[in-house]
Write a protein that binds this ligand. Structure first.
Ligand code: PLP
Length: 360
């Protein structure tokens, strides 16, 4: 597909940009351009691909996304390499998962090559938006929503795919401090047969009240239990979990359809196997978690995802009190995995898996 290119008529002045790039934080600074591709079932599919100035979009007030939340997204990063070049980490997996989410939300698939091409073009256009801070990256947010003006309940006929970029600092400033998480008993994130495995906004909307409860309880994040027995650990609002045991095995909840299949999760499973550890994709209960933390059978718990990479879980709190894992700080394996994964992403550790896609 041909892309139309239009440069921003009044791009951010270099001084303002450099100021933002010195302390970008997460998710509130945006680059100058964006990608837009339209879809119309009556016009034969995808058309009018363009990279242009980042600006507000017009949307009919009856646009289906505003009423029935037909929407999906992805989250990935472009990393500046040691040699100054730029690379993506397993972007084909994001393209594939985007389409898996589209399938679940009754939305059209975006050809994987078009997804990747949109990323190449935006990164090239906004090459000057890489943070100048250690651990920084250009966070990429591809998303798609139903734009058809129609209040009936059925899959829409018209959609918009968009891609925006946001320079991001290190998620956690000095290394990775251990987080404290809250066990939600009143709320679930996803139920069997629901949309838990799709990266769709509704899952996040459902997590906001329990997340606010977690903050109220002095915690950083919420951990969700399964919707049926309220017993099995699923994941955090936006991160998968791993439990490191003292017998050389590592447990992570299985992908049963209620958990988001994280690309970081998949990468860690491969790295852990190469470390000689046994990965058990098995249900793990909240009671077992507490018991194993108490007895010392559980050495470490870590949360993982693109935004924060690998983060140690130090303390778990719930209605029936709290418990601490290991020493309450980052464990050995957690730190090692963090270093290794970040090293691969930034080109300082050899990429033996073909995970890194160089853009330049
Ligand atoms: C995106 C996401 C993750 C992490 O996936 P990665 O591909 O590792 O970034 C985990 N859980 C949820 C609910 C998510 O939306």
């Amino acid at each position: 597909m041909e892309f139309t290119h239009l440069l921003h008529p009044s791009p951010t002045p270099p001084e303002t940009r450099n100021e933002a790039l010195a302390n970008p934080g997460f998710g509130s600074v945006f680059s100058d351009h964006m990608v837009e591709i339209d879809y119309d079932a009556d016009k034969g599919g995808w058309f009018a691909a363009k990279v242009g100035p980042r600006q507000p979009i017009t949307l009919d007030p009856a646009a289906a996304v505003l009423h029935y939340a037909q929407e999906i997204f992805e989250g990935m990063k472009a990393y500046q390499q040691k040699d100054g070049g730029i690379a993506l980490f397993r972007p084909e997996e994001n393209a594939r998962r985007f389409n898996a989410s589209a399938d679940r939300m009754a939305m059209p698939r975006l050809p994987e090559e078009l997804f990747l091409e949109s990323i190449r073009r935006l990164v090239a256009m906004d090459r000057d938006w890489f943070p100048i801070v250690e651990g920084g990256s250009l966070y990429l947010r591809p998303f798609m929503f139903a734009s058809e003006a129609f209040l009936g309940v059925r899959p829409a006929k018209r959609y918009k795919y968009m891609l925006i970029a946001s320079p991001a600092g290190n998620y956690f400033k000095s290394g990775a401090p251990a987080v404290k998480i809250w066990v939600s008993r009143d709320y679930v994130r996803a139920a069997p047969g629901g949309t838990g495995a799709a990266k769709t906004g509704g899952n996040y909307a459902a997590s906001l009240v329990p997340q606010a409860e977690a903050i109220e309880q002095g915690c950083d994040q919420v951990v969700f239990l399964d919707a049926v027995e309220k017993k099995w650990i699923e994941e955090l609002g936006g991160m998968n979990l791993f439990f490191v045991m003292d017998d050389g095995s590592v447990i992570t909840p299985p992908l049963t359809g209620t958990i988001l299949p994280g690309i970081t999760r998949d990468s860690l499973i491969q790295l852990l196997r190469e470390e000689g550890l046994t990965i058990r994709e098995e249900p793990y209960s909240i009671d077992q978690w507490r018991d194993d933390a108490g007895s010392g059978k559980l050495l470490e718990t870590l949360a993982c995802g693109t935004a924060a990479v690998v983060t140690p879980v130090g303390t778990v709190a719930g209605l029936d009190g709290e418990f601490t894992i290991g020493g309450g700080g980052p464990g050995q394996l957690t730190s090692k995995l963090h270093e290794k994964l970040v090293g691969i992403q930034r080109g300082s550790v050899e990429d033996t898996h073909g995970w890194v896609m160089r853009l330049e």
